[in-house]
Design a binder for this molecule. Sequence first.
Ligand code: GRG
Length: 291
Amino acid sequence: MIKYLNHKQQLINKRLSSLLVPTTSKHKTLYDSMNYSLLLEGKRIRPALFLIILEMLGVEAELYMDVACAIECIHTYSLIHDDLPCMDNDDYRRGKPTNHKIFGEAIAVLAGDGLLTYAFQLLVENQQVNASKKAQLVYLLSKAAGPSGMVGGQAQDIEAEEKNQSLKDLQIMDTCKTGKLLTVAVDMASYLAGSDILLQQTLHEFSIHLGILFQITDDLLDINSTLVSMGKDANRDTLLNKSTYVTELGVEGAQKMANQEAELALNSLSKINADTSFLKQLVHYILNRKE
Ligand code: GRG
């Protein structure tokens, strides 16, 4: 799996590094700031997931590389904004100082804004996709990233600081904040591959379990890791007094739930009549991840 994932990461990194070029030297700082965060070593899980599903469904995935990159642009914007002093106030991300530490808060806000809007430019400029498919991709991605998705989850997170959230509320928050961008990577791939409705639903169900699994392992890593292993400040959730799967269930309970979610994700895959071996390996990779 690691080899396959690394290959996908390399392809994504190559395309990402050629995308953002300023049209005037007057905008150089903004572009430097966007490229700084975009090109740092991220795991590229969301775009890789998108490409893996396309390939599994028999589509030449590289044709849709810019759609994959659009997802990563949105993810990177969310990290830049999440790290700002008015949000989580983090000093490190992807093993390096956060965007605002290098470029200042105003440029970091604009770099996030730039990446968010550029993602949609990338989708619409795409030559591989016809107009009606573009409209559907824009709809799916904006819905997942916007107020009914990631931004909604982030707002709930901000309001919940210093308060105890029930497990149910925590699940609503994480399904939106972390889950929706993973889910939409799967939904966009199954849509582009022209999958029938049953397969789309099964893949969607798989992605929901994968999203919860990803968040639980993130919570477990937050307490068990260091700046070096995670690439960001560890133990931030405790410092910010946030409810997480670990605070609600304890380490053992959270690990048990991670195992259950991994099982449920694998169970969804078992209903699919295609070679799901890479997706199965991705589930195990996320369950056992150390970064
Ligand atoms: C600011 C609108 C807005 C949203 C922020 C992504 C996010 C929402 C907050 C980040 C906080 C956080 C740690 C969420 C947990 C899951 C998560 C998104 C982790 C970071 O993603 P990875 O592990 O990071 O895929 P890399 O660096 O590998 O891309």
